[in-house]
Design a protein around this ligand. Structure first.
Ligand code: SF4
Length: 384
């Protein structure tokens, strides 16, 4: 059984206009106070869990965790190792921005135990980086990739495509350059306009128009074809890897296994309980100082909810889901999980595949994933 730990660092140097993550810009972050708070959060979570298995993956996400002091990262890893222990092949990922300043920390982060970095490159085009509000340029990104290679066993690069007016030829050229870098993992996200972001305001005011759905779908298909041909097939709707180089941490979520989530706004799943913590950094710190934990909700999920969540996560994966084993896992009837009439319809349309009790969404269906999930997953899962 995989056992994962997520640690959220809530700060960034600036807020990107497309971002709806729990990220905040503050001056004068008190790292010592954060160390105390996060260590207490870890200990609180340990007091609530009875896990015997060592951790198989840890993920520092954010925000911009590459802004953390390496000594803080080290302190948290030693604490987690002392509590749960690490599997011999533990994957320890940290999200990093590719600025030259942050790249200077890579040696120390590696010494602390980070063995995989996810670099938020986002584009290799300076005009696109300016549009996306990024603080680095393409030259710095390439430099950070080179430095990361020296210090970390594994490297993933994040890119944002389907930008306004981006053509297939533009994207093919850029993706070609990225593939030529030879990294083993790519997270390739389409630009989406999230509510309450600056881009949402810009679109409302007519500053720019998002790429239309048909062109975005064409770029999605192009992305699948190019990454597949380069030996990094999609294993999830937006994630591509050489076989064996998939993100073990993210697979824990998508395969619906337990994970501990600490830090502001972090979600967790432990033995059927969904945990949520204070989102705002100040509220999080105050709660920990006050009562030694920052959990705002620890809700027991019923079997139907868990089965539904597991379906929604699993159908993102190329490997799909095994309906029978999912039904047994949550004690529900297989025919209560999936709307069979609709599943047959979408299978005939080539958007869904079925094979020996397993089911998944085809490459053609993936651009329509959200709509398909709404159609396929039974609204009312009936306990057997
Ligand atoms: S660096 Fe990442 S987390 Fe921070 S604002 Fe930009 S997109 Fe959001």
């Amino acid at each position: 059984m995989a056992r994962a730990l997520y640690i959220h660092w809530p700060y960034c140097l600036a807020k990107c206009p497309y971002c709806d993550f729990n990220s905040h810009v503050r001056v004068g972050v008190d790292h010592a106070r954060w160390k105390t708070a996060l260590v207490n959060d870890l200990r609180y979570e340990a007091s609530q869990t009875v896990y015997q298995e060592p951790l198989t993956s840890i993920f520092f996400g954010g925000g911009t965790p590459s802004l953390m002091l390496p000594s803080l990262v080290d302190g948290l890893l030693r604490e987690a190792e002392g509590i749960w222990g690490f599997a011999s092949d533990v994957e320890i990922t940290l999200e990093a921005n590719p600025s030259s300043v942050e790249a200077t920390k890579f040696a120390d982060l590696s010494a602390a135990g980070i063995n995989r970095v996810s670099l938020g490159v986002q584009s290799l085009r300076d005009d696109a980086l300016r549009f996306l509000g990024r603080l680095h340029d393409a030259r710095e990104a390439l430099g950070a990739i080179e430095t990361a290679r020296k210090f970390f066993e594994r490297l993933s690069v994040d890119l944002i495509y389907a930008r306004p007016d981006q053509t297939g030829a533009d994207w093919a050229n850029e993706l070609d350059e990225v593939l030529a870098l030879g990294t083993d993992h790519l997270s390739l996200y389409q630009l989406t306009i999230e509510p309450a972001t600056r881009f949402a305001t810009d679109v409302r005011r007519g500053v720019f128009d998002p790429l239309d759905n048909d062109r975005a779908a064409d770029l999605f298909a192009l992305t699948r074809d190019m990454t597949e041909a380069a030996g990094l097939p999609a294993y999830e709707i937006s994630n591509h890897a050489r076989p064996g180089q998939e993100s073990r941490h993210n697979l824990t979520y998508w395969r619906y296994q337990d994970y501990v989530g600490i830090g502001p706004g972090a979600h967790g799943r432990r033995s059927g309980i969904a945990t949520v913590r204070h989102r705002k950094p100040e509220n999080y710190l105050a709660a920990i100082a006050d009562r030694n934990h920052a959990v705002t909700e620890a809700r027991e999920l019923d079997r139907a909810e868990m089965a539904s969540e597991a379906l929604l996560m699993g159908l993102r994966l190329r490997e799909g889901i095994d309906i029978q084993s999912l039904a047994s896992r949550f004690g529900v009837k297989p025919d209560a999980l999936i709307d069979e009439t609709k599943a047959s319809l979408y299978t005939d349309l080539g958007l869904v595949w079925r094979k020996a009790g397993c089911m998944g969404v085809t490459a053609e269906g993936m651009p329509l994933l959200d709509a398909l999930l709404g159609e396929l997953v039974c609204g009312e899962l009936v306990a057997s």
